[in-house]
Design a protein around this ligand. Structure first.
Ligand code: NAD
Length: 342
């Protein structure tokens, strides 16, 4: 029987080519400019699919899972999977997969680009230069903060929250800047303690000591608003917060207030609480650098993510164990077996 994969977004060519070898009927659902379908459209199309292949951070409506008793899997295109109710999927016997590893280095590069750009006010200085306002000496000098040890030869402290694949890749890049690195991750304390040149800190101590804080924890119930008013209050007034993880890890309203009051020196953000909307006042601030969720956005990496997501999708279509399963306990459920045999 013909099997169907629903891709509810404009997938890159490399992914479409990989899908064309799947022998399944593939439906792409998106607007002419790549706009994502609305939830109703997605639920309707998902009712006929055997496997869904959503874009990372594209919400998968719960109904899309509940209303299709034959759905064999959801292959997320992204390493984060907070766009899917995984607990519900597991209960319903639906395997969920992600694309870990292939985007680690690219996202770490972006976290660093954001850190440097925020510390040295690169976008602000660029806009000033191209606008013709630069009239030579005596102009605006865009005084920034040192990332390396600076003129006084004082190493800066980098605090990493979430010491997984991307957190560790960010740490490796800090070595060229002779930074002191401290990290917080309640599930990787031993890894941190065993890593040369990195010291473990509780979150509060990390916030107090760091000159730069970079967030790399997934969005979960525990990490929602992990950084709120109290945490921002612990940071140095000269510190910079970088977020390339997920928007809701930071209380954005509290962040805007802290930045407005100069409670902290700046923030570099790739992700937001209610994407693509920005909290009121955020875009008016001068001490921020804001990017439109482009952490993994290089041709090479997005292509490899598509290849990995397609491999997972095809395995699930065939009722096989996919390479990157997020909820392995699902394979023991009778609901899963019913879906695969049915
Ligand atoms: P990972 O699973 O390898 O690492 C996440 C780490 O966070 C783990 O070590 C985990 O123990 C830790 N963690 C969990 N709960 C925590 C908590 N309460 N406090 C501190 N640490 C905690 O994942 P990864 O591949 O490094 O990716 C991390 C996240 O980055 C993803 O979940 C995703 O949301 C985000 N991401 C964003 C982009 C982007 O485009 N901006 C791209 C890729 C990944």
């Amino acid at each position: 029987m013909l099997q169907r994969i629903l891709v509810p977004w404009a997938m890159p060519k490399i992914g479409r080519e990989a899908l064309s070898r799947s022998k399944a009927e593939v439906t792409f659902l998106h607007g002419p400019k790549g706009e994502l379908p609305d939830p109703k459209e997605m639920i309707r199309a998902a009712a006929k699919a055997d496997v869904l292949l959503p874009r990372g951070s594209q919400p998968v409506p719960r109904r899309a899972m509940i209303a299709n008793p034959y759905l064999r899997g959801i292959a997320n295109y992204g390493v984060g999977y907070d766009n899917i109710d995984v607990a519900l999927a597991t209960e319903l016997g639906i395997p969920v997969t992600n694309t870990p590893g292939v985007l680690t280095e690219t996202t770490a590069d972006l976290a660093w680009a954001l850190l440097m750009a925020t510390a040295r006010k690169i976008p602000q200085a660029h806009l000033y230069t191209i606008s013709g306002r630069w009239k030579g000496p005596g102009g605006k000098s865009f005084m920034g903060l040192d990332v390396g040890p600076g003129g006084s030869n004082q190493p800066k402290v980098l605090g990493i929250v979430g010491f997984g694949r991307i957190g560790r890749a960010v740490m490796r890049r800090s070595r060229g800047f002779r930074m002191k690195v401290i990290a917080y991750d309640p599930y990787a304390k031993e890894v941190i303690e065993k890593t040369r040149g990195v010291e473990y800190r509780q979150l509060e101590d990390l916030l107090r000591e760091s000159d730069f804080i970079s967030l790399h924890a997934p969005l979960t119930e525990q990490t929602h608003h992990l950084i709120g008013p109290k945490e921002l209050g612990l940071m140095k007034p000269t510190a910079i917060l970088i977020n390339t993880s997920r928007g809701p890890v930071v209380d954005e309203k509290a962040l805007v207030l802290a930045l407005k009051k100069g409670r902290i020196a700046g923030a570099g953000l790739d992700v937001y609480e209610r994407e693509p909307r920005l909290s009121p006042g955020l875009s008016k601030l001068e001490n921020v650098v804001l990017l439109p969720h482009i952490g993994s956005a290089t041709e090479d990496t997005r292509g490899q993510m598509a290849v990995v997501a397609v491999k997972n999708a095809i395995a699930m279509l065939r009722g096989k164990r996919p390479p990157n399963i997020v909820n392995p306990e699902v394979f023991a459920s009778s609901e899963y077996l019913r879906r695969v045999k049915g």
